[in-house]
Design a protein around this ligand. Structure first.
Ligand SMILES: Cc1ncc(COP(=O)(O)O)c(C=O)c1O
Length: 476
């Protein structure tokens, strides 16, 4: 047993769990989803039955029956002295792919397939790999030529950059982790959009941050009143933002939103981490706003970028753009985590740099096909849902007509469709009325998935008593 979750914390994570009858099975499903999503880590002791019954205001028999169901499905185990403890899930049954079912459609990750030209670039790289094979094969700050190429790209779009301001990382995820470990001390406040990219929130939480949420909606964008209040009152050490094609809403900040947030961050002395992993995924945005933090006298900004969505997630190349001093601090912290980025992948990235305009155009084409197919299928199959317009990015953040996102996602697993429920993207609870539907898969797979979503939704919706839906509304 590694850790323990309190009844209150579990209740907060569960949100509106009571989505169907019998109550014990709905509760078991809610806890199962948290385990599958890794929101409750393996080997965590669940609260005692009596304590959880008190907090959830249900009988102890209901909790006992839910725990029994979880034991039978292999999600928890009873350990003498520790009570009910969550079990590591086999990969096949776990949070990612249902490997056992080759027909399964995994939409938990919003990752486009590799850019079709990548295999020939890999072949070209293999032809000139002799020099890197004679070197150690990895380095902590990044190859000079790759750093220079990325710096030049920034300079070209009006953000003058020196190669000394670039550090190559193993994807944007490693960049976020390194920045969180370097910049966050336990108890520091970090302002973060809600909904957000969950693994960024994980990094800041793991570094001991207290997260302060800034709401973003598909209809209204960034809540500017809340932004000014949050920067003014919480005086966060850091803010983590995705101004372009925010994951999961797909929204981009308007120039006004950029101005207000930059000024508020500057007044609070907050360093803003701008995650541009999805920034190049423009399908049909009419006007490209100016880069966040590029205005004069604007807030201090650290940028994070990646080839993960633009080229391929399997190419673990990301970067940090920061002051040379911060690059040195991150470098010092990096050795404890990893020794650097493989030269091989950096060589491939160098060869890709001049092809980026062509790659970005192909991505727009691919994402447009996915988005249009998903929107059309959703309008047909689920006309009662709110489907926003996304002019770029990787996903649709749809509004369900009842707070049953978790129940839907659990129901879909048996139909071979894997999705993440709305609450996975929240910072402080909620979003049971939302679902992220990535449009990175081929149209035909998206149509099949949405067909299954429609069928499962009608079943889940019909099984939920209206009185429960009303009660859950108060929670969400
Ligand atoms: C917004 C955002 N940031 C960072 C990452 C991590 O990217 P990478 O694959 O480069 O580690 C992702 C991947 O999904 C993302 O969506």
């Amino acid at each position: 047993m590694d850790s323990r979750i309190s009844a209150r914390a579990l209740a907060a994570l569960l949100g509106g769990w009571r989505t169907s009858e019998p109550a014990y099975e709905a509760l078991a499903d809610g806890i199962r989803l948290l385990i599958l999503d890794n929101r409750i880590a393996p080997r965590t002791a669940l609260p005692a039955e009596r304590e959880l019954a008190g907090v959830l205001a249900v009988s102890r028999t209901t909790i006992a029956a839910a725990y029994r169901s979880l034991r039978e499905s292999g999600h928890i185990r009873s350990i003498r002295g520790s009570g009910s403890v969550t079990q590591p899930q086999a990969w096949a049954a776990g949070a990612r792919t249902a490997v056992s079912d080759p027909g399964a459609i995994d939409l938990q990750q919003a990752s486009p397939a590799a850019w079709p030209g990548l295999s020939s670039v890999l072949a070209e790289a293999a032809g000139s790999a002799t020099t890197i094979l004679a070197s150690p094969g990895y380095d902590v700050v990044g190859h000079e030529a790759l750093r220079a190429g990325i710096a030049e790209r920034y300079t070209r779009v009006g953000i003058p950059t020196d190669p000394g301001e670039i550090m190559i990382t193993n994807g944007a995820q490693s960049a976020l982790h390194l920045l969180a470990t370097t910049l966050v001390s336990r108890g520091d406040r970090v302002l973060i959009e809600s909904p957000t990219y969950p693994h960024a929130a994980d990094c800041f939480r793991a570094a001991g941050a207290r997260l302060v949420s800034l709401p973003v909606t598909t209809a209204e964008g960034w809540d500017l009143d809340r932004a000014e209040q949050a920067f003014g009152r919480a005086v966060p050490t850091l803010a983590y933002l995705m101004p372009d094609f925010q994951n999961p809403t797909g929204r981009s900040m308007s120039d006004i939103e950029r101005d207000v947030i930059e000024r508020a961050a500057e007044r609070a002395g907050t360093l803003v981490i701008v995650d541009e992993t999805t920034a190049d995924l423009d399908i049909d945005r009419l006007v490209a706003p100016r880069a966040f933090g590029a205005g004069s006298g604007a807030a201090s900004v650290v940028r994070v970028g990646s080839f993960g969505k633009t080229v391929w997630g399997g190419l673990r190349i990301g970067w940090i753009r920061a002051s040379p001093d911060l690059v040195r601090r991150v470098m010092a912290a990096r050795f404890a985590v990893e020794l650097g980025t493989p030269e091989w992948e950096q060589l491939v990235a160098r060869l890709l740099l001049p092809r980026l305009p062509e790659i970005v155009a192909q991505r727009a084409h691919l994402l447009r096909a996915g988005r249009d197919a998903a929107v059309m299928a959703l309008r047909e199959s689920l006309p009662e849902w709110g489907v926003p317009h996304a002019d770029g990015g990787v996903s649709l953040w749809v509004d369900l007509d009842a707070p049953l996102s978790g129940a839907l996602v659990m129901g879909l697993r048996s139909a071979g469709v894997l999705l993440s429920a709305g609450p996975r993207f929240s910072v402080d609870g909620g979003y049971e009325r939302n679902l992220r539907i990535p449009f990175t898969a081929p149209p035909e797979r998206l149509e099949r998935a949405i067909d299954a979503i429609g069928t499962t939704w009608r079943r889940v919706r019909a099984g939920a008593a209206p009185v429960m839906i009303d009660r859950m509304d108060a929670v969400v």
